[in-house]
Design a protein around this ligand. Sequence first.
Ligand code: NDP
Length: 276
Amino acid sequence: MSDRYAVIGHPVAHSRSPAIHEAFAAATGQSLQYERLLAPLDGFVETVSAFAAAGGRGANVTVPFKEAAAAWATTLTPRAQSAGAVNTLIRQADGWLGDNTDGVGLCRDLVDNAGWSLVGQRVLLLGAGGAARGVMAPLFEAGIQSLTLANRTLSRAQQLVDQAGFHALTAVDLAALRAPCDTPFDLIINATSASLQGDVPLLHPTVWHAQTGLYDMMYGHRTAFLDWGAAQGIAHRRDGLGMLVEQAAESFWCWRGVRPDTKPVLAQLRASLSSS
Ligand code: NDP
């Protein structure tokens, strides 16, 4: 029987991860099965434990269980430890290693796929959940100048800033960005789940400039946030499909020791989203 992998989330039916990992497996000649596992909101530990007991080799973890996965893993990689969130679980001889591939996925999509430089950029990150936690350190490693973390619940952003300890990292209340801001940002990344409900964090026009890039971690032919950006005249806009494929490729590499070519899989997914 081939090795078993899964994505665990709530909801999970919309996840494209099975299609991505099946495409990676076919392209690299790896034999594996990859399924979706819907965990009850209070049942992540039971679901992941049952998967482990049934011989599962590895799992991706998505909304809202990334912090629970960090607590469940036996050990954490340095990048998962700094994020306090796990999106990739890897079975090892003596337990489960928790990793976080979201940050490397985002940076590869921004730099390699979109061709946007991160060096010296002033970045605004909206949201302070599992996804935001995972990308903060990798953004600094990629050379950004500063990171402002804006969240609806300010205390959550402040806690992340205090824990992370980067000197060019600050927390602000998301609502404060409705007022004029002194210096515009070069890159605005939406890591809130507001788009899932069709909501858009409202930003004052002084928050961006003509060349600012707008990135929505949510993916799809259209997202509420990118539609809003288009209506504001922001030219450089990108959804999170490339991040999804790149973080999956990094998980695949962790599990199988083989690095898949992401370009054809991203092109295929983009085409299927555009036609749906
Ligand atoms: P979490 O549930 O951990 O965090 C959600 C965040 O969104 C919190 O900061 C929350 O604020 C904020 N939020 C929720 N609703 C609203 C709203 N209506 N207005 C303003 N802020 C809101 O989710 P994740 O961090 O795991 O995921 C966030 C998004 O990123 C999701 O859309 C997910 O699909 C996407 N994602 C995409 C990936 C990709 O590969 N493309 C990878 C990972 C995530 P508060 O703290 O105040 O509740």
